[in-house]
Design a protein around this ligand. Structure first.
Ligand code: M6R
Length: 608
């Protein structure tokens, strides 16, 4: 959740650390800090709130050191105050940390009894004192870190800077990613390759349990037992991705508008455009005809992509699909017959609960397939096969283009499964592929509805509660609409299967609460229309997202109608995501909310 960086530079590193932290701010943004060695002495600057506050602090009191570590925080232990901001330091070292030290209470008691004085409420500070105690014993940073790491329980990535050691940074990885970047007489450490992209494209990743000793001359990797190991460096594409907002006010707006392009790019990775058929770029290490059951597991928006895929796999490929929220699945001890398929969906590829669920299914003998956006991520690396989304970096906390690209990949997999299992013939495969290929254009058409949605958002911002309804694949889209709206506007919103209305939520309908109904022209349209009439009969304020003239066909007067272009029904969710995203975006914007960095959230949820 937090972002960490370390640089052994040839020039003052503070501006470089800030540059890297800007690219990591999506991971957490409630405070930030930096420590450098100023003539051998550890010196810190920390600030509550966004990175710009730390930048202001640095412009008042600059740092000139050539070695430094930095941090951008998503609070787990202790409020987001300056005192709890990283780096945490003693007279011997400073440390930045991403993750959780689960046994910090026991360690803290032990260290206090030993005379340590704690300044913060964080779990991280125990790491600083633990390694410091080892330093007093050995006076050697490498020995001290090696002795301290086995005492830590939990999931973490760490970077240490030591007083008087200008050519040394030590990093450690257990359950949270860490990358080493190679420069010309400079070395880098960071939570991901994207953070290091301005400095280098040569990256090596720490494996689980590794720790690394960096000097300007290179990196020495150790495995969890302390043995020196080789970790190959690769060239990354991260630098090819511009992490800027282009002509847009927010990353979220840019990412919504990028969707036609990135969905198209993703589809062309999986389709033989000349033949109009599916062509998976990797062989599946299992036989679709032997799969009786698929478990899909993910969190948040990725989980909702999984529910939409359930409809596709079950209808097209006639295979039973179970979809689970990863935080529940990981502890549910679900019995899974050996040799079945488990699919994990994740933009970041680092979500702690999704990763733990993956490891559970592996123990249960499942084939593990992941749909991830970050191909160097832990989930990707631990999967039997990866079918990536080619969305490019998604920086806005609200998932938009990653979601529609996940849908594109899952749709392709459902068609591949349907064909392999003999439930569709070549003609039907080609028809489905044709429909899928039309989706980027339909997404572009749907984006043209933005001005009308902007006016609608002006009305919605007055609401304190909003209900989203849909049937079939529009049911998970209703859930996605509600999630998107609450996460960035903070308006309470709920998504329901429209058929569930009478079983409780209809009691909420009054003249105040907007009810947003997703009603594509699909097999469920007439049923959804009946539910719309029930809402209208109770004076509900209806926003109808459906084909042209849907309100007229339903015989209701809507507060607003979002008239979507005509489209093939199966893959309609890919285009219906657009109004759902734009409603959330413009409502939050008109309320003056921070859409890219909403309160309390972080992009990459690497703690459970
Ligand atoms: O990186 P992941 O796709 O695994 O993340 C899963 C969720 O945390 C994520 O989709 C979250 O729900 C988004 N903020 C929703 O917009």
């Amino acid at each position: 959740m937090c972002g960490i960086v370390g640089i052994l530079g040839a020039t003052p590193v503070a501006p470089l650390v800030i540059d890297a932290l800007k690219r990591l701010e999506y991971r957490g943004y409630d405070s930030a800090g930096i420590a450098t060695l100023e003539e051998g002495c550890l010196t810190r600057r920390r600030a509550e709130g966004k990175l710009r506050n730390l930048e202001a602090r640095l412009s008042e009191a600059p740092l000139k050191g050539l070695s430094g570590i930095g941090h951008t925080r998503w609070a787990t232990h202790g409020k987001p105050t300056e005192g709890n901001a990283h780096p945490h330091a003693t007279d011997r070292l400073a440390v930045v940390h991403n993750g959780i030290i689960e046994n910090f209470r026991e360690l803290r008691e032990e260290l206090v009894a030993d005379g340590a004085h704690f300044d913060s409420e964080t779990d991280t500070e125990v790491v600083a004192h633990l390694v410091t105690r080892e330093m007093r014993r050995s006076n050697d940073p490498v020995t001290a870190v090696a002795a301290a790491l086995p005492r830590l329980h939990g999931a973490f990535a760490l970077a240490f800077l030591f007083e008087g050691h200008d050519d040394l940074i030590i990093g450690a990885r257990r359950g949270a990613p860490l990358a080493v970047g190679y420069g010309e007489g400079e070395m880098y450490l960071g939570s991901d390759a994207l953070a290091l992209a301005p400095f280098t494209d040569t990256i090596a990743y720490l494996e689980e349990g590794d720790w690394v000793v960096l000097s300007r001359g290179g990196a020495e990797f150790h495995d969890k037992d302390g043995a020196i190991v080789a970790r190959e460096a690769h060239k990354t594409q991260a630098g090819a991705f511009l992490v800027d907002k282009g002509n847009h006010r927010h990353f979220m707006a840019k990412e919504i508008h990028e969707q036609p392009e990135v969905i198209g790019r993703t589809l062309s990775h999986y389709l033989d455009m000349a033949n109009g058929t599916v062509r998976l770029p990797v062989d599946m290490p299992f036989d679709w005809t032997k799969i009786d059951r698929i478990s899909i597991c993910a969190c948040g928006t990725a989980y909702l992509a999984g529910i939409i895929a359930k409809y596709w796999f079950e209808r097209l490929a006639r295979v039973l699909v179970e979809v689970d929220v990863a935080s529940e699945f990981r502890y549910r001890e679900a019995p899974l017959p050996k040799g079945q398929l488990a699919i994990f969906v994740s933009q970041s590829g680092e979500t702690a609960d999704t990763l733990a669920s993956l490891r559970y299914t592996r123990q249960m003998g499942q084939h593990v397939l992941s749909v991830v956006n970050v191909q160097s991520s832990t989930i990707a690396r631990e999967s039997d096969v990866v079918t990536p989304t080619l969305a490019g970096p998604e920086i806005g906390v609200a998932s938009t283009k990653a979601f529609t690209c996940q849908l594109a990949v899952l749709a392709v997999l459902a068609i591949a499964a349907a064909r392999a299992r003999g439930h569709i013939d070549e003609a039907r495969e080609k028809e489905l592929v044709r429909e899928l290929v039309s989706m980027p254009g339909l997404v572009a058409e749907s984006l043209k509805l933005e001005p009308g949605i902007e006016s609608l958002a002006y009305e919605l911002r007055k609401a304190s509660d909003v209900l989203y309804l849909g049937r079939g694949t529009s049911y998970p889209m209703a859930l996605e609409g509600a999630l998107k709206l609450k996460e960035i506007s903070y308006i309470h919103a709920e998504g329901y299967a429209a058929g569930e209305l009478k079983h409780g939520p209809i009691a909420l309908i009054d003249e105040e609460m907007p009810v947003i109904v997703l009603a594509p022209a699909d097999a469920w349209f007439e049923k959804t229309v009946s539910n719309v009439q029930e809402v209208a009969a109770r004076g509900g304020r209806i926003v109808l997202i459906g084909p042209e003239g849907a309100a007229g066909r339903a015989g209701v007067e809507a507060l607003a109608e979002v008239a979507m272009p005509a489209m093939p029904e199966t893959f309609a969710p890919i285009a219906y995501a657009v109004p759902v995203q734009l409603i959330a975006y413009h409502t939050a914007l008109s309320m003056g909310k921070d859409v890219d960095q909403p309160r309390n959230l972080a992009k990459s949820v690497t703690v459970e």
